[in-house]
Design a binder for this molecule. Structure first.
Ligand code: F6P
Length: 381
């Protein structure tokens, strides 16, 4: 039998958190320590931990016991964690500095054979840049938005969709009791996968996505069409980045050079319009971070376990600069460079999911041709 080389790896969770990160930390640690006899270090708060006192510490089997069903990340997350643009206070002034060289140096000082970086496209992009500077990186894609190219699904998406679908179920009952329209705003800045999947699973009558600009008149026509058929309530699932044709996204807070502006409020505008145009009582709800918190679904735990163990396998094979990706039912390595060269992953208006929703009468707000004609929305059978 070939002698096993004992290796030393680290794991970090970058960007916003996502349900299933702890399952990934557990799986990587168990595979590396329990099966291979390696050493595993945890890095706190994304890349920041490499430069923080006590930011890097040994992970043990005991530490990862019982964390499989826990949401969040035991390692901590950091939104402002880009190694190439870190906010620091120097002489009492806030400045943005590039600490990437220091991080690469620290990784070498720690004698790491690999750093497993869980992240969305932003974090994985920074990880690739660190790899080009000599850091031994392997990526694990996570984000509730599911917008990392090259992988069918990311860790966290399934849980976010389940939470959102359950919210739609719950809103159905109260909407029906009160003959109201309920507008639910879901996460998704540029990619509407959560609103699309949850909207279908939760039986939304109208789904509004960043990728399909909508016409307000279509929303009113759909609600009125339902009222005409005796359906006195309607459910609208709207992604936070959705916007009307020729209109802008709705922001709550401006961004800066380090973090993106915060979206929020399109649901209120949609609700106000529908109330006014249809005379129906309408309520709006922003589901927000409920979609990111709490216990991960079985599917997210499974995906995280498959991703993390494959990432450790890539270390064994010396395949650095790759990320793990789900293709159908298989987890495969994909060069990070190839993922980053792809166009951002978005809902395509011709996707099977969109077609299935349209086939059962769900409206996306772009059906402007159905305001009049032989089968107008407001008079549909
Ligand atoms: O990237 C995931 C995401 O959930 C987006 O859909 C959302 O706009 C953003 O994070 C909000 O993040 P935070 O409030 O942590 O800045």
């Amino acid at each position: 039998m070939p002698r096993q080389v004992k290796r030393r790896i680290a794991i970090l969770t970058g960007g916003g958190d996502a349900p299933g990160l702890n399952a990934a930390i557990r799986a990587a640690t168990r595979h590396a320590i329990f099966t291979l006899g390696w050493e595993v270090l945890g890095v706190r708060n994304g890349f920041n931990g490499f430069l923080e006192p006590d930011g890097v510490f040994p992970l043990t089997l005991d530490m990862v016991r019982g964390i499989l069903p826990l949401g969040g990340t035991i390692l901590g997350a950091a939104n402002r964690g880009n190694p190439f643009a870190q906010e620091m206070v120097v002489d009492g002034r806030k400045v943005v500095v590039d600490v990437s060289d220091r991080i690469v140096q620290r990784i070498h000082e720690l004698n790491l054979d690999a750093v497993l970086v869980t992240g969305g496209d932003g974090t994985l992009g920074a990880a690739w840049d660190l790899f080009r500077k000599g850091a031994p990186i392997i990526g694990i894609p996570k984000t509730i938005d599911n917008d990392v190219p090259g992988t069918d699904f990311t860790i966290g998406f399934d849980t976010a969709v389940s939470v959102a679908a359950e919210a739609l179920d719950r809103l159905h009952t109260t909407a029906e009791s009160h003959h109201r329209v309920m507008v639910v705003e879901l996460m998704g800045r540029d990619a509407g996968f959560i609103a699309l999947h949850a909207g279908i699973a939760g039986g939304a009558d109208i789904i509004l996505l960043p990728e399909i600009p909508f016409h307000y008149e279509v929303l009113a026509a759909k609600v009125l069409g339902r009222i005409r058929r005796g359906r006195m309530f309607s459910i609208v699932a709207v992604a936070e980045g959705a916007h009307p044709v020729g209109g802008q996204k709705v922001y709550r807070q401006p961004g800066d050079s380090l973090v993106e502006a915060r979206l929020g409020g399109i649901s209120l505008q949609v609700a106000d319009y529908i109330a006014q145009a249809t005379g129906t009582e309408t309520r709006a709800l922003i589901l927000g971070h409920l979609q990111r918190g709490g216990t991960p679904t079985a599917r997210d735990r499974l995906l995280a376990t498959m991703f993390a163990t494959e990432a450790v396998r890539l270390v064994q094979q010396g395949k650095l600069g790759y990320m793990v990706a789900l293709r159908g039912t298989r987890v495969e390595p994909l060069p990070l460079e190839e993922m980053l060269a792809q166009r951002p992953k978005r809902v395509h208006p011709e996707d099977d999911t969109v077609q299935a929703a349209r086939a059962i009468g769900t409206v996306f707000g772009d059906e402007i041709d159905r305001l009049t004609g032989t089968r107008p929305l407001a008079q549909e059978e």
